[in-house]
Design a protein around this ligand. Sequence first.
Ligand SMILES: [Zn+2]
Length: 155
Amino acid sequence: MNLFYTQGDYGLLQCARNCFGETYGNERQVREMVGRQKDQRVPSELVPRCPHCGAPMVPNLRVGGTFCEDRGWHEAASRYRAFCEAHSGDRVLYLELGVGDNTPVIIKYLFWNAVGRNGHATYACVNIGGACAPTTIAGRSILVDDDIDELIQNV
Ligand SMILES: [Zn+2]
């Protein structure tokens, strides 16, 4: 499966300062922290540090101005752009599950614009209290104001 983790990946760590532009898988560290945590605290020596600058390592999530778009992110972005271009006039379902309002320009608005440009595309959104679409694509939008987990369990 090809995924584009445009907003980041909880399975990766990056330098809090993004001093070197790379990420690392964190499964081993997370499993060790889970195994040795007490009262939701881990021993200080388990807190990962950047091998280059010594800053804490943090989950690779788009927060603040230090998000690390590593080589894998750029490769996925290229694949995603190529897919969108290759299918810009095809029947495409833009399925949005639980996207919040913090960074709508990253996913939501791009989906709305893509559906607006392609008369064969459909926009579907599942989100408690956040399922909406502009009137320009209302006729090709499926909006479900419901819990994603419950919805999938009932499909
Ligand atoms: Zn660093």
